[in-house]
Design a binder for this molecule. Sequence first.
Ligand code: GTP
Ligand code: MG
Length: 217
Amino acid sequence: MCPSRRADGTLVFKLVFWGPSMGGKTTALAWVYEKEGLASGQLQSISDPTGRTLFFDRLVAKVSNVVFQVYTVAGQRRHKFQRQTVLKGTDALVFFWDSDQAQWNENIYSLKELLQMYGNKVLSSDIKIPPEVPLIVCANKRDLPNITGIDKIKDVLKAAKMPNTVIFETVAITGTNVKRAFVYAARECVLRHYQKLKSGEQVPPASPETEPTAPGP
Ligand SMILES: Nc1nc2c(ncn2[C@@H]2O[C@H](COP(=O)(O)OP(=O)(O)OP(=O)(O)O)[C@@H](O)[C@H]2O)c(=O)[nH]1
Ligand SMILES: [Mg+2]
């Protein structure tokens, strides 16, 4: 939407990994943290003993010297309020589609929810103008035996009026294509910001860097 600004003037973009529970968001972020050398600082995780995210994971990462706060949302349906909180002010989204065929309905539920909460940002009314917030898809778990075909995912994106969405086929447990997808989303995020500035679109001044506050009881 609009990056925040640190006291030293550095712009900080916010990138969010969205998608159903078990889709691989935390696994992918942990891969970026542990294996790709892009992280600056620790990986913060608020999760339950079984590894399900309760609120978010958060990591500060640098891509070509640009700083990103990267969050994952808690995918379980009951954590809607937490997702809404994390989504605020997002500059770019990576949707983790669980390719396991059995998870089809969960993917659809999650995409619909995102469009309800953020549809005005990730959809464009005019095909010639890119949406305010770029979104890419990671079709994750491509190593599993019974996976949804990429064409079926494309059909869903077309029906959702996002026909040009870029899809990466990922395996988060082995890191396959995770960095490529991440760097692509990060670049889209920065590119979109400068496009907005160049075209004179209303870009509110960058606000101070913030973190989501924990939901109340
Ligand atoms: N086979 C396979 N398993 C994966 C892959 N990515 C993640 N997993 C597994 O899927 C399970 C769920 O992964 P998480 O990363 O915790 O999923 P999540 O999207 O963060 O889930 P929530 O925190 O509930 O939203 C874990 O057991 C992972 O090891 C993958 O690409 N292939
Ligand atoms: Mg998680």
